[in-house]
Design a protein around this ligand. Structure first.
Ligand SMILES: Cc1cc2nc3c(=O)[nH]c(=O)nc-3n(C[C@H](O)[C@H](O)[C@H](O)COP(=O)(O)OP(=O)(O)OC[C@H]3O[C@@H](n4cnc5c(N)ncnc54)[C@H](O)[C@@H]3O)c2cc1C
Length: 261
């Protein structure tokens, strides 16, 4: 996919320099490119990890573009998944990976003053984190709302970070939404589908921009619902975490991709 204003995607080699288990199924992985700086990218873009057999697996930059030293990825374990199982069971600091990037046209547009609603489903938080940290770095004064939809409390894998943004930034608000809270969560916050929580809070979206990222199910449900509530198609940006092409079918995407869908 073309990347306006940036160098075209290239193949890079990177070393794994740090790994943190953030939750029961999320691994935070930091990569350092070998022999070069991190390639320039837009906040919200992704890379394709190249597997030895010629297959590719997509993961979003979780770091903002101004962070030139390391690339952060937030990788969710897919039961039975070839690459993510490797990440959780075998990959270690010092390993090298090849990736292609940057890729994708889901990135923060800075030519608007409209308040932004970020919608993250599960690890859709990764590109949204990149965008929000970029917006903070650039000193954007636009209103920013983050709705992060997950199943239960244990899936909110970096809850302190958006709470910290909320403390620091008068123009930022964080709303976590659980679709299936467990009894032990003692959850008194918002529940249900993340896009429905947004529609309750913003019945008229005509003065907003929305960036939505997560499962295909979430994105496909949210987009038309937002438009039906006045959101202009020019203010609606979304990216769906589809399966690797050889595995994808519309049905498995809709049913199995996780997040809050
Ligand atoms: C643009 C883009 C950005 C992405 N960014 C991220 C990210 O930042 N973090 C992240 O964790 N994921 C992200 N994903 C999803 C990620 O690419 C897949 O989860 C990953 O490729 C799975 O690889 P695997 O080899 O472990 O599974 P595979 O071996 O490819 O699949 C094993 C089985 O799991 C199913 N499966 C595969 N992926 C998923 C899935 N996501 N959900 C449910 N079932 C699945 C397959 O149908 C298959 O049956 C992104 C996807 C896209 C398209």
């Amino acid at each position: 996919m073309a990347t306006p204003g940036l160098a075209p995607a290239r193949i890079h080699t990177a070393r794994v320099v740090k790994m943190n288990r953030l939750s029961h199924d999320i691994m935070q992985v930091f990569l350092r490119c070998q022999g070069e700086e991190t390639p320039r990218f837009y906040a919200g873009q992704y890379i394709d990890i190249l597997l030895p057999e010629g297959e590719k697996r997509s993961f979003s930059f979780a770091t903002a573009p101004h962070e030139r030293e390391l690339i952060e990825l937030q990788i969710r374990l897919i039961p039975g998944g070839k690459f993510t199982t490797h990440v959780f069971n075998e990959m270690k600091v010092g390993d090298t990976l090849r990736f292609e990037g940057p890729l994708g046209s889901f990135f923060l547009r800075e030519d608007s003053d409209k308040p932004i609603i970020f919608v993250a489903g599960a690890t859709g938080f990764a590109p949204v984190k990149s965008m929000i940290e970029h917006a903070i770095h650039r000193g954007l004064k636009r209103g920013m709302y983050l709705y992060w939809g997950v199943r239960s409390l244990r899936d909110l894998y970096l809850p302190d970070l958006p709470r910290e943004w909320e403390r620091r930034l008068p123009n930022f608000k964080f709303v976590p939404v659980l679709s299936e809270p467990r009894p032990e969560d003692n959850w008194t916050g918002r529940t249900g589908l993340v896009h429905e929580a947004i529609l309750q809070d913003f019945p008229d979206l005509s003065a907003h921009q929305i960036y939505a990222c997560g499962s295909a199910g979430m994105v496909h449900a949210a987009r038309p619902a937002f438009m039906a509530h006045g959101l202009s198609e020019y203010d609606c940006f979304s990216d769906a975490f589809r399966l690797a092409p050889q595995l994808a079918s519309e049905e498995t995407e809709m049913v199995r991709l996780g997040g809050s869908a």
